[in-house]
Design a protein around this ligand. Structure first.
Ligand code: ADP
Ligand code: PEP
Length: 550
């Protein structure tokens, strides 16, 4: 899907005060275009503070558009090690004044006047049926962000320029992102990520963590997808081909750090022929069911890896990691989150031996990852309405990937519908979309990758559960008398409703979910209101708990 480059006569959809303010500085005489990944690498390598890891050459550098002999580049962002949701402001939401933010934005643009600004372009979406062009403007000094952005999205080489030209034109504007990581404002001590979703533009100000740029750009691309017949997914998707010829496609949805990448990239001891679509961002066509990856590479955690891990062979850039000198005198990364939490790497698409940018096979199962201590390791949800409601009330814990406002408890259970804090369109769009998939025969599971009543659910157990489901040997039994819920009876992890403490905690969490659904009726002026059936599906579970004691 090609988008419209510029504000043109006859395309009223692009008329917006924020968009024209964001777009104008792209044409200033202080702007320099960076046309290739090779050039971006050179700029990042020479940017002050960058560490070139001389002992870590990039695997197949030239095949990725990088110079021969390119090394992994590391850049750390000081005290900032994660994204900050609290800094996001969305035009169109109540209490977000266009006048206030347009004025702040005009001043932010003026503040870049005496600096060199780089303009880079990429496409988000890797198939003729979904391709959005995106532009980033970023001041000199932040070449590592520029380079990461160009690696993370698809830079416009000959092949992709040609594909983009052939893709269908939709009445949507290209994405424009204006940024200044050095911006400061007393009203915004943690920075400002301002989005005008209907006009496909954003400003990322006073923020230096690359994840803000990645998720900021995706926010707009996912919004565009939702307006044009796609389900927007913050998740991983992989296909298993079983030895006897069957295949199984799973999509797994979870908040940052909950296990999307661990599950998506798991190799399952080579038991299956696996194809990976992506571990973080894709879209599914609502009508035809095919899936498209939005990004070529993987921006993932490095906590579980060292430089000798197989996965480290594919690293292109690193953040939030240490460096030391090897016996050979060369520089190597020190990983495993020793320096700080949320160590990150961009790994190339070559990490997945079989990687697809589009999968036509329909999805067999959706998995909502929740780190809710009252949930057993896996629950099967057999009713489409309840399945989509569980996704809409996805309850989990935050991780080190997020920068929280002072006073916010990092361990509190939070609701993040469909694990997508980047939604800029009504929640009901996702509710109906996922319910439709489930009603069409896709299975639905909830995976707990955290703790169950104080007992850790290890990755090994989660992967075994997935394998049992994929091989159709998982045995699910009705969960008490709850209609639409089944569990696998795993020793030591069977919920005990005779235990009053467990029963009360479980009921309290269902009540929290009911409250969350009710609050959507009024919060943000009812923008995220769900249909009454969602609340009803949860009330039925609560009634089921009362029946158990009654
Ligand atoms: N049961 C589990 N399933 C998946 N990951 C788990 C589990 N238990 C612990 N983990 C750990 O949680 C982290 C998940 O990180 P990651 O897969 O990168 O998340 P995401 O891709 O969702 O951001 C990894 O360090 C992984 O080892
Ligand atoms: C990109 C990020 O999210 P995720 O962990 O989902 O990849 C991030 O938090 O920086």
């Amino acid at each position: 899907m090609a988008t419209m480059g510029y504000y043109q006569a006859g395309f009223e959809g692009l008329r917006s005060r924020i968009r024209v303010t964001v777009e104008a500085p792209f044409y200033g005489n202080n702007v320099v275009s960076v046309g290739s990944l090779r050039e971006a690498y050179g700029l990042a390598k020479d940017s002050p503070g960058t560490v070139e890891l001389t002992g870590m050459p990039v695997f197949d550098a030239e095949r990725q558009g990088l110079p021969e002999g390119a090394n992994v580049l590391l850049f750390n962002d000081g005290g900032v090690v994660g994204r900050c949701a609290a800094a996001r402001r969305i035009i169109g939401e109540p209490n977000v004044s266009v006048e206030e933010y347009a004025s702040k934005l005009r001043e932010a643009v003026y503040g870049t006047r005496f600096r060199k600004l780089y303009h880079v372009q990429a496409v988000v979406g890797l198939d003729l049926d979904f391709m959005v062009k995106a532009h980033l403007l970023i001041p000199e000094g932040h070449e590592n962000i520029l380079y990461n952005w160009l690696l993370n999205f698809q830079y416009l080489n000959e092949r992709y320029s040609e594909m983009y030209r052939s893709s269908k034109l939709y009445p949507e504007g290209d994405i424009f992102v204006f940024s200044d990581p050095d911006w400061q404002h007393p009203d915004h001590p943690l920075g400002l990520a301002l989005f005008d979703p209907l006009h496909n533009c954003a400003a990322i100000l006073g923020m230096r963590y690359f994840g803000e740029f990645k998720k900021g750009t995706l926010t707009l691309a996912w919004g565009t997808a939702a307006r044009n017949g796609f389900l927007s997914c913050h998740g991983g998707l992989k296909r298993f081909r079983l030895p006897y010829g069957k295949s199984f496609v799973m999509a797994v949805f979870g908040l940052s750090g909950s296990g999307k990448s661990t599950i998506t990239h798991a190799k399952h001891n080579g038991k299956y022929d696996i194809t990976v679509l992506h571990d973080d961002a894709f879209v599914v066509n609502r009508e035809k069911g095919y899936s498209i990856a939005l990004e070529p590479t993987y921006f993932d955690k490095t906590q579980d890896y060292t430089i000798t891990s197989e996965a480290s062979k594919y690293i292109v850039t690193l953040q939030n990691n240490g460096v030391t000198v090897g016996e050979d005198g060369k520089l190597y990364a020190v990983m495993e989150d020793i320096r700080n939490g949320n160590g990150r790497a961009i790994r190339s698409r070559f990490w997945s031996p079989n990687r697809a940018d589009r999968l036509d096979d329909p999805i067999n199962a959706l998995f909502w990852i929740m780190r809710d201590p009252n949930l057993p390791p896996v629950v099967k949800v057999t009713d489409p309405c309840l399945g989509s409601t569980m996704g809409a009330t996805l309850a989990t814990r935050r991780t080190t990937a997020e920068r929280l406002l002072p006073g916010i408890d990092p361990n509190a259970l939070v609701f993040e519908p469909y694990a997508n804090p980047f939604r800029v369109y009504p929640l009901s769009v996702d509710y109906e979309g996922f319910k439709h998939l489930l009603a069409e025969g896709v299975d639905c599971y909830v995976l707990n990758t955290g703790e169950f009543m104080g007992k850790k659910i290890e990755s090994k157990m989660t992967l075994e559960i997935i394998e049992a489901i994929v091989e159709e040997r998982a045995h699910f039994v009705p969960w008490e008398d709850f209609s639409g819920l089944q569990i696998m009876e795993i020793e030591g992890f069977v919920p005990n409703f005779k235990d009053e403490n467990y029963r009360e905690q479980f009921a309290a969490r269902i009540k929290d979910r009911i409250k969350f659904v009710k609050d959507r009726d009024t919060e943000k002026g009812g923008f995220d209101k769900l249909p009454p059936e969602a609340g009803k599906a949860l009330e039925d579970i609560l009634q089921g708990i009362s029946n158990l004691v009654g």
